[in-house]
Design a protein around this ligand. Structure first.
Ligand SMILES: Nc1ncnc2c1ncn2[C@@H]1O[C@H](COP(=O)(O)OP(=O)(O)OP(=O)(O)O)[C@@H](O)[C@H]1O
Ligand SMILES: [Mg+2]
Length: 245
């Protein structure tokens, strides 16, 4: 089994609050990790640490077999942030431009939009069912559609690990289901995925492994196959100590 991510005794604190305490787990290629936890549990903090958006403190993170401190190829990790769709609605860009910008950045955008780029944009949009929207202004889409575009934006860089922070928050049930189906399909094709979400049943359905923050930052890592939704809820509520096999 190919190891993608290894977290070992990770701790993190902000100046006024300890957030993560002794978090450890390993993900192999094709795993789909769901992170469950209340507001403020440290889910986004953990994701930002993996992306090097926050400096490491105590413990280690190993990506693709290399220590994160020396790991340079962060493009191998795709990211859809918690606030991905909370941008200015008058932002003047088309769907296609938002997607391709993840390859070239804004500056080189206009001069670099080649035939091949176009094909890649189309392929990424097709994966999320948004191919017909390529020339549409991003500000004119619904929240669920924008979220799909941001998944395509991450996919165009062909990541090997995809991190999504609450991709279905504020999205209606139909669009949330569509997004979960997209992620399930990607996962079946071999994509390793980490996703946070406040909808525990939804997460239990799509994920193959779970990291459950029962209390502040003290995560319990379990393989979903061993658990029912009820047991997951018990762990989440801290009612029962689960010993993983
Ligand atoms: N930049 C920061 N500076 C100081 N404290 C922070 C900062 N970012 C987050 N925190 C605090 O750290 C804790 C964990 O925040 P984090 O965003 O990781 O939680 P979360 O599990 O993602 O919550 P949510 O479900 O609301 O998104 C919270 O108490 C939060 O207030
Ligand atoms: Mg968060």
């Amino acid at each position: 089994m190919e190891e993608i991510l290894k977290i070992d005794n990770l701790n993190f604190e902000y100046p006024d609050a300890a957030v993560l305490r002794d978090v450890s787990f390993t993900l192999n290629k094709g795993d789909f990790l769901g992170i469950i936890g209340a507001n403020g549990a440290g889910k986004s903090t953990l994701i930002k640490l993996i992306l090097k958006l926050l400096p490491s403190q105590k413990g280690s993170i190993t990506l693709f077999g290399e220590d994160l401190n020396t790991f340079k190829d962060i493009r191998r990790v795709g990211y859809v942030s918690q606030k991905a769709n909370a941008f200015n609605k008058s932002f003047p860009a088309t769907v296609g431009e938002v997607v391709i910008a993840n390859l070239y950045g804004k500056k080189r955008l206009l001069s670099r939009y080649t035939k091949e780029d176009r094909a890649r944009v189309r392929a990424a949009l097709e994966q999320v069912g948004m191919a017909d929207f390529e020339t549409r202004q991003i500000g004119k889409l619904s929240g669920g559609q924008v979220q799909r575009v941001f998944i395509a934006r991450a996919l165009i860089a062909e990541p090997e690990l995809l991190l999504l922070d609450e991709p279905t928050a504020g999205v209606d049930a139909a669009n949330a289901n569509a997004i979960n189906d997209i992620l399930t399909n990607l996962n079946k094709q071999g994509m390793t995925i980490i996703m946070t979400n406040h909808n525990t049943p939804e997460l239990v359905k799509v994920a193959t492994k779970l990291l459950i923050f029962c209390e502040h930052g003290n995560g319990e890592f379990v393989s979903k196959n061993n658990l029912t939704l009820e047991e997951v809820n018990d762990i989440f509520a801290g009612r029962r100590k689960h010993h993983h096999k």
